[in-house]
Design a protein around this ligand. Structure first.
Ligand code: NAD
Ligand code: DAU
Length: 356
């Protein structure tokens, strides 16, 4: 079985990937995570004693540490989930986005190149570097525009998107220049268990349960293409197994929804699962828009579906229902992430957004 260095495996998608990969015995995992505010080792409690899983706290930008881990564990692949990921935070303070997403990915590529160049020819050919990226690198669509394809030109609009675009370009350059066997995935909005409640869906669930306003930026008509996180994890595993080196694969849910519709759906589910005297929808509050807010994302996933046979399995209604249930059933996890630092973030992002 392959040993894989997974980075950012204590965050939302990385932890779901690590859990599903170990439950199904897909691969052995070394998880390198810096443990930023967005991480939670409780996500991985289920596998902490698994002998085919090791956790290491550290930074992808630390070449010495990454080189040490590569030499020690001799992985056959790296899957890079580690990143700063929240668009609103990238607007307040872009520095850490450049540090981790650009410089960190560059240093990770350098350590990987040094390691890979020392492998036998056979091991070099079998090696894979999977870079997990986002649809935000393609910019914003108008309602009538066709969905993003792999050959859509990059046009990132937020500091987050620009930093991810830069990292994608470095990954591409390492394939073309050094022959490093890289693959990049560009995925749409994920939702599901274990997502840090700064993002729309968990923020809405937790605010609603607290009886707090449900903040909708602008008029709530911006559109995102939502994919259940386990469908994303399965796509990444397929790319690891059968993807063509040097290629990029778009991954999406074929599930475009306005933000207002998403929030209303969550309220309807909560009205059923945790009823109160009034509907949660009464808490919906329109607030000042995100600067440079991308209007619409949509993914054309023809390539991954025709070349690798991938299709999302979860539909939005059942996936959202399961997600709300998970937050209701995991009050310890919820209490833990609601630390002082999280409260400071809520204050910084929402206090000065005037109610429209
Ligand atoms: P997340 O913010 O939940 O988790 C990120 C993880 O990376 C955290 O555990 C954090 O501690 C770790 N990390 C951050 N900086 C690090 C560093 N310098 N070294 C090592 N670890 C570090 O993120 P997520 O939502 O799980 O996203 C994972 C990846 O998927 C990111 O690359 C993101 O750009 C991409 N992506 C996310 C989505 C989405 O909807 N969440 C969609 C498409 C692509
Ligand atoms: O498209 C993939 C991207 O999806 C990932 O690369 C990012 O890491 C991930 O954070 C996500 O970015 P978004 O900006 O789309 O996600 P977010 O959950 O922050 O916002 C979703 C939509 O909801 C967006 O149009 C902004 C809006 N929104 C968000 C928040 C937090 C609100 O209306 N109110 C809010 O309070």
């Amino acid at each position: 079985m392959q040993t894989v260095l997974v980075t950012g495996g204590a965050g939302f998608i990385g932890a779901n990937f690590t859990l599903v990969a170990r439950r199904n015995n897909w691969i052995n995992i070394i998880n390198l995570d810096k443990l930023t505010y967005a991480s939670n080792l409780d996500n991985l409690g289920e596998i902490k004693d698994d002998i085919n899983y090791h956790f290491v706290q550290g930074d992808i930008g630390n070449i010495e540490l990454v080189s040490y881990l590569l030499d020690k564990y001799q992985p056959q692949a790296i899957i890079n989930f580690a990143a700063e990921t929240h668009v609103d935070r990238s607007i307040f303070s872009p520095q850490s986005f450049i540090q981790t997403n650009v410089v960190g990915t560059f240093n990770l590529l350098e350590a990987t190149r040094f390691y890979w160049q020392k492998l036998s020819l056979q091991n070099q050919q079998n090696f894979r570097f999977i870079h997990v990226s986002t649809d935000e690198v393609y910019g914003s669509l108008k309602v009538q525009d066709p969905a993003f394809r792999e050959d859509t030109p990059y046009a990132p609009n937020s500091p987050y998107a620009a930093s991810k675009a830069a990292s994608d370009h470095f990954v591409r350059a390492y394939y073309h220049t050094y022959g490093l066997p890289t693959l990049t995935t560009n995925c749409s909005n994920n939702y599901g268990p274990r997502q840090f409640p700064e993002k729309l869906i968990p923020l809405t669930i937790l605010n609603a349960l607290d009886g707090k306003p449900l903040p909708i930026y602008g008029d709530g008509q911006n559109i995102r293409d939502w994919l259940y996180v386990i469908d994303h994890c399965e796509a990444i595993y397929l790319v690891l197994q059968n993807g063509k080196i040097g290629e990029t694969y778009n991954i999406g849910g074929m599930n475009e929804q306005t933000n207002l519709r998403v929030v209303k759906k969550i309220c309807t589910i909560l009205d059923e699962l945790a009823p109160q005297s009034t509907s949660y929808a009464d808490l919906i509050t329109f607030v000042a828009d995100r600067p440079g807010h991308d209007w619409r994302y949509a993914i054309d996933c023809t390539k991954i579906s025709s070349e690798l046979g991938w299709q999302p399995k979860e539909n939005f209604d059942s996936g959202l229902f399961k997600t709300v249930q998970w937050y209701l059933n995991n009050s310890n996890w919820v209490q833990q992430v609601r630390s002082g630092a999280y409260q400071n973030w809520l204050k910084q992002n929402y206090e000065n957004r005037t109610t429209k």
